[in-house]
Write a protein that binds this ligand. Structure first.
Ligand SMILES: Cc1cc2nc3c(=O)[nH]c(=O)nc-3n(C[C@H](O)[C@H](O)[C@H](O)COP(=O)(O)OP(=O)(O)OC[C@H]3O[C@@H](n4cnc5c(N)ncnc54)[C@H](O)[C@@H]3O)c2cc1C
Length: 506
């Protein structure tokens, strides 16, 4: 099944190339007008949100004539996935999206999808013995409690997160103007200068203490939020921390029918060839002064390979998680330092043991979300009473004394004994072991985006911060980078002082 060199991707596809070039001249692309042939074939490895959105963006930029092959070894959606309980689906991976995540908002509109109806609920922070913080139904009372316990820390946190988010939002303008970045550091620098780059090197705790947030607030609140989001401590870098704290401020949404629909619908829209196969290696070949990448894969029928002009790797390369080797590259493609953090998601259908949380009468248990502090007595990171991915207008949350579906996040698979502590009884437990996020303490190095001339690594961005929207921002950046490099439009790459430049362009 090995493809021969005669199947190289830009083999005389003269008519297609010509048609594309004409098309691009019409749309005013000066680089394409210079006469460069577009790429013939592009491979994307991984069909999570990163892979499916990069396929869409690549097609937007290069045109629909380019052949797009997307390799997926498991399920389309990757870390966006659901499990079924009682014929209803529930998110078991990436669950919530911030209202300011504009790429995801655009996708939902483009694909004709809908926001899932929000069902209100209250949160609390549990220390293993008692609740250290409890949300009430009254906004002002919540604010008063925060002020009473922690002084101005809450306000200082909010101002810090808002400042980071405001600068982060610049990326949408840069990308709308076609600007791309060849390194994660360059992208961060263009958004927030040295401060943003330094935020990948120092901890969120250090940054918050510096702006006047108290240690007590960090121990009770920030720790709990980071345990719930990244399953890690306040030593995670400040940039990743800020992204996760922005999520804790509310304004979160999800896609009706499941977040993974965005991936499958984008792939349908682009009409990409989704190839159910595990990519095992990428090797470099040259012919008539041009580089080609041979993607080797294994599927049900055995081994195969195909040649491409451009390859985007949209999965993790750390820890050899994807088992992809690189051949014939000189210098060789370096190893990727660092490890990934395991998070166990247990979806439990059962009756909460509210006594464990100090509520002997289960009817009186008021919380739908329990976060935890870092205490030896606590064996889980967070637990949420979750709604199905389809929420009808008549849907009501179950009463606390009724059987409900809970998602418990923990570092290790919950033992029977631990499940018995949390639940009086249960009907079912479904466990997913996720290689969820970079283990941020394992490496402070931000991996490269460009691994070779036209070989890109989308998931390098995760080492700055890992989330659904960060994957889409990375995807848009890789598509723009690949396009600008292909057509030698170097003025659109790594430009300094972009805020000023864009203002004067308008
Ligand atoms: C439990 C959990 C909760 C989360 N909660 C949130 C949240 O609330 N909000 C948020 O924004 N983010 C959340 N995230 C993070 C978010 O889900 C991820 O950042 C995002 O989905 C990553 O997308 P991706 O496409 O980069 O990677 P992935 O989704 O991991 O996609 C990579 C794909 O590549 C495939 N693949 C790997 N190796 C190969 C190979 N050799 N050949 C072919 N295919 C291969 C994999 O099967 C996978 O489908 C959560 C993650 C987890 C695990």
């Amino acid at each position: 099944m090995m493809a021969g060199l005669q199947q190289l991707p830009c083999a005389p596809r003269f008519l297609v190339c010509l048609a594309l070039a004409v098309g691009m001249m019409r749309t005013g692309s000066s680089a394409a007008a210079a006469g460069d042939a577009p790429p013939g074939k592009i491979a994307v490895i991984g069909a999570g949100i990163g892979g499916s959105s990069v396929a869409y963006f690549l097609q937007q930029h290069f045109g629909s004539q380019v052949q797009l092959d997307v390799y997926e070894k498991d399920m389309v959606g990757g870390r966006l996935a659901t499990v079924t309980v009682n014929k209803q689906q529930y998110e078991s991976g990436g669950a919530s999206i911030h209202s300011l995540n504009l790429h995801m908002q655009d996708f939902v509109k483009l694909l004709g999808l809908k926001h899932r109806r929000e069902v209100a609920g209250k949160s609390a922070v549990f220390s293993g013995e008692h609740f250290v913080l409890e949300e009430t139904d009254w906004y002002l009372l919540n604010l008063f409690r925060l002020w009473w316990h922690y002084g101005m820390s809450f306000l200082r946190l909010q101002m810090w997160v808002e400042e980071v988010m405001e600068k982060f939002m610049r990326i949408y303008k840069y990308q709308a103007h076609g600007y791309a970045f060849s390194r994660v550091e360059e992208l961060l620098h263009s958004l927030g200068g040295d401060t943003f780059v330094n935020m990948t090197q120092r901890s969120v705790a250090e940054s918050l203490l510096e702006v006047g947030v108290t240690q007590r607030f960090i121990d009770d609140v920030i720790v709990a939020i980071l345990r719930a989001s990244y399953g890690q401590s306040v030593l995670v870098p400040a940039f990743a921390g800020a992204m996760s704290l922005a999520g804790a401020q509310g304004n979160m949404w999800a896609v009706e029918g499941g977040n993974k629909l965005v991936c499958s619908d984008l792939l349908k829209l682009t009409k990409a060839n989704v190839i159910q196969a595990t990519v095992t290696a990428i090797s470099l070949h040259s012919s008539e002064g041009k580089n080609f990448y041979q993607v080797h894969y294994e599927d049900e029928e055995g081994q195969g390979s195909s040649f491409y002009d451009i390859v985007v790797i949209a999965t993790q390369l750390h820890d050899n998680k994807s088992n992809i080797t690189f051949q014939n590259f000189d210098p060789p493609i370096a190893e990727f330092p660092g490890t990934f953090h395991t998070t166990i998601a247990s979806i439990v259908h059962g009756y909460l043991n509210s006594s464990y949380f100090g509520f002997t009468d289960p009817k009186l248990f008021p919380f739908t979300s329990v976060l935890t502090t870092d205490s030896p007595a606590v064996f889980f990171n967070s637990m949420d009473n979750i709604c199905p991915v389809n929420v009808s207008s008549t849907f009501r949350r179950k009463q606390p004394q009724d059987a409900a579906v809970w998602r418990v996040h923990s570092q290790h698979p919950l033992e029977k004994q631990e499940l018995k502590i949390l639940f009086r009884s249960y009907y079912s437990v479904q466990v997913t072991e996720w290689q969820a996020y970079p283990s941020y303490e394992s490496s402070k190095t931000l991996p490269p985006i460009i691994l070779h001339d036209n070989l890109y690594y989308l998931n390098s961005m995760e080492w700055a911060a890992s989330s659904v929207e960060m994957a889409v921002v990375a995807a848009k950046n890789v598509a723009l980078l690949a396009y600008n490099l292909w057509y030698h439009d170097l003025d659109k790459i790594d430009q300094k002082d972009l805020i000023h430049k864009i203002k004067t362009e308008l």
